[in-house]
Design a protein around this ligand. Structure first.
Ligand code: AMP
Length: 214
């Protein structure tokens, strides 16, 4: 049966990096709600403005809107088979909406927790940089680009630092994770659908573990 792989982890745990690798190497499409919202907020509409404000605060977008974009995105042909959700679900309501979607799509859910300690998360997030063209993620501490401040693939493009990766916003995002998203681990564990990987260490080792589970 095709799967919906759900990567669960605090902001900065490396979900995006791992999901991208699954996409690139195994052809499993990466559906990132955070990326979709970041694209959406650049539009000039009242909804886009609202999304922009909520994201800047470090809080979550409404469950309804989030479900709508996930539903629409996963109705495209490339997600007919297994796909990976990066950053969704993040609340109990979203988890139950995903159950419905999985049923409709005839897929089973496999949740993988990517576990990283709090101090390390803070360092990762405040050090995170990304390429505005290809989305590649770097880190000034652990995965620096060949030329400081520039993408390896697009050397003429300066890397950007997300506004919500400031220390203040990261604190809000980590609290939101603890309060709303962490309880989902128990939810998936109690139905025997949770695997856990240690998210500290080499990106390749973590990828190897995740690849073995999917
Ligand atoms: P991320 O890149 O996954 O850290 O997401 C960045 C921001 O997008 C979050 O802080 C939220 O404001 C919003 N967002 C992403 N995924 C969700 C979701 N599943 N539910 C609600 N808001 C989300």
């Amino acid at each position: 049966m095709d799967k919906i792989i759900v990567l669960i982890g605090a902001p900065g745990a490396g979900k995006g990096t791992q999901a991208r690798l699954l996409d690139e190497r195994r052809g499993i499409p990466q559906i990132s709600t955070g990326d979709m919202f970041r694209e959406m907020k650049t539009l000039d509409t009242p909804l886009a403005k609202e999304v922009q404000e909520i994201m800047a605060s470090g809080k979550l977008i409404s469950d309804e809107l989030t479900y709508q974009i996930v539903r629409e995105r996963t109705s495209k042909p490339d997600t007919a088979g297994t796909y990976v959700l990066d950053g969704y679900p993040r609340t109990a309501v979203q988890a139950s909406q995903l159950e419905e979607l999985a049923k409709e799509q005839g897929k089973e859910i496999l949740a993988i927790e990517v576990d990283v300690e709090r101090d390390e998360l803070m360092k990762r997030l405040t050090g995170r940089r990304s390429c505005p063209v290809c989305g590649e993620i770097y880190n000034v501490y652990s995965k620096p680009p060949a030329i400081e401040g520039f993408c390896d693939e697009h050397p003429d493009v300066a890397l950007t630092h997300r506004a919500d990766d400031s220390e203040e916003k990261v604190t809000v995002r980590l609290e939101t994770y603890d309060e709303l998203t962490k309880p989902l681990l128990e939810y998936y564990a109690s139905s025997g659908r949770l695997e856990k990987v240690d998210g500290t260490g080499e990106i390749e080792d973590i990828y190897g573990e995740i690849e073995g589970l999917v």
